[in-house]
Design a binder for this molecule. Structure first.
Ligand code: ZN
Length: 455
């Protein structure tokens, strides 16, 4: 079977049928979101107004938290100008979300219609939230839309550098492997990059002729550096490299572009607000305004000519967020893009930076590995992992109120698990503190390694 025929079969038959069988609408939604690329600004605005009015009405009828907020701030869910109604609401902070997330869940969807998620964001405060299955499927379609911007179709072979081992249940791993097989992908585990075996892994990856390389920014760069040092810079099949989850710098773009010989793209979204912007082939970041209303608030503490990103996602009925401050920063850019898309432009984003950690025997672990220990956990306000020497990590935790014995035991188990995962190479010391100092510019770093490869 030729590569092209196999990819077409996967795109047109295997993947739509497989996702359709489990009730996942991503392929049905893909055609909808792809068509939106041709929308005029007026069409986008009309769609935003309709979605926003719909969300207001959902909240009035099924969301006690928001209906009380509407009363408090004089928001009329049936107002003729929904944008003016939205502007009456104050910016929603992470602190507010942390305190109210259980009440912010809409009552018209059942637990099986939504998922519970956790985010660490970039400002140091862990938050919980709910997303409807529809919202997540829509954004799976948005991911395919982003790939279409890079000239990549669903079902074409890829090399993915992502979490693939630690923290995964057997069921998740099984499903992931099934998906990898269906999509013809190759996965490198971002939580366990062993330079002594990466070369062989990359040679195996090259045999599937990947057209797309994607993953966490620092992990992709690490793998690119290893590939370059090993002389593996011949990737004729690769059309695009894209990174996500972490800030992408010019230096990152350069090494990724040179190593894989392809255009490099930056996708931006957060765990709580999916699909916020995508870079086109002209290097401009377009805002996905058909799924979010994005504002830029020039808050004094942000500085550096950047503004706080304020997002109103338009499709998550499970837990609507209005004027939510994501914690990341960028600025709007005036003018049009030569790619022909009319979606507004913004700068690249200043957001999360996850340091890589290195074990004494040289394995590289993306800092996201450590964040997972705090996902879905309550009882902690903030935390930070700090690798001070090759074999020592300090874990600082700010408890949310009084720390129960059960929560204290959980933290001790985390320390033990990290030791076990690293085959005893890391010693982890727990410190319970009242506060974790912010870095320059007010950012919180969840992971810092003084044995640093990338920042
Ligand atoms: Zn463009």
């Amino acid at each position: 079977m030729s590569t092209n025929f196999g990819a077409t079969l996967r795109r047109r038959v295997t993947l739509p049928v497989a996702f359709g069988l489990v009730g996942d609408k991503r392929f049905a939604l893909l055609n909808d979101v792809l068509a939106r690329d041709a929308w005029s600004p007026a069409q986008v605005r009309k769609h935003q107004a309709e979605r926003l009015s719909h969300l207001f009405r959902i909240c009035r009828d099924h969301n006690p938290y928001w209906s009380a907020r509407f009363d408090a701030f004089g928001v009329n869910p049936n107002g003729s100008d929904p944008f003016a109604e939205l502007a009456k609401l104050p910016i929603l902070t992470k602190d507010e979300m942390r305190e109210n997330w259980k009440q912010m869940r809409s009552t018209h969807l059942s637990a099986s219609d939504m998922v519970h998620e956790t985010s660490s964001g970039s400002t140091g405060m862990q938050i919980n939230f709910f997303q409807s299955n529809y919202y997540r499927q829509l954004h799976a379609a948005m991911e395919y839309r982003s790939r279409a911007w890079m000239g990549v179709q669903p079902g074409e072979p890829y090399l993915s550098i992502q979490a693939h081992g630690a923290h995964m249940t057997r069921k998740t791993k099984l499903l992931r492997n099934a998906r990898k097989w269906m999509e013809n992908g190759f996965i490198l585990d971002a939580f366990h990059i062993d330079p002594t075996v990466v070369r062989a892994q990359l040679e195996a990856a090259r045999r599937i002729n990947p057209v797309h390389v994607h993953g966490y920014t620092t992990s992709c760069v690490t793998v690119a550096e290893i590939a370059r040092d090993a002389g593996l810079t011949d990737w004729p099949s690769v059309r695009a490299v894209s990174t996500t989850s972490e800030q992408q710098t010019e230096e990152h773009r350069k090494i990724l572009g040179e190593t894989f010989g392809a255009n490099v793209y930056d996708r931006y979204g957060s765990r709580e607000v999916l699909s916020i912007s995508m870079q086109c082939a002209q290097g401009k970041h377009h805002i996905y305004e058909d799924v979010n209303i994005i504002e830029f608030a020039p808050l004094s503490e942000v500085g550096d000519n950047l503004s706080a990103i304020i997002a109103t996602p338009l499709d998550n009925e499970a837990m609507p967020l209005f004027r939510y401050r994501s914690g990341d920063e960028a600025a709007a850019i005036d003018g049009a893009c030569t790619c022909g898309r009319t979606l507004r432009l913004m700068t690249g984003c200043r957001g999360r930076i996850c340091n890589n950690f290195i074990t004494p025997d040289g394995r590289i672990i993306n800092g996201t590995y450590f964040l997972y220990y705090f996902y879905y956990q309550e009882g902690f306000k903030s935390y930070q992992f700090h690798q001070t020497t090759e074999d020592h990590i300090d874990l600082y935790v700010v408890p949310d109120g009084t720390l129960s014995q059960e929560r204290h035991d959980y933290l001790k188990q985390c320390c033990q698990k990290i030791r076990d995962d690293s085959d005893g190479q890391f010693e982890v010391k727990l410190h319970l503190v009242d506060e974790i100092p912010k870095r320059k510019g007010g950012k919180h770093l969840y992971t810092i390694s003084d044995v640093l490869r990338h920042l």
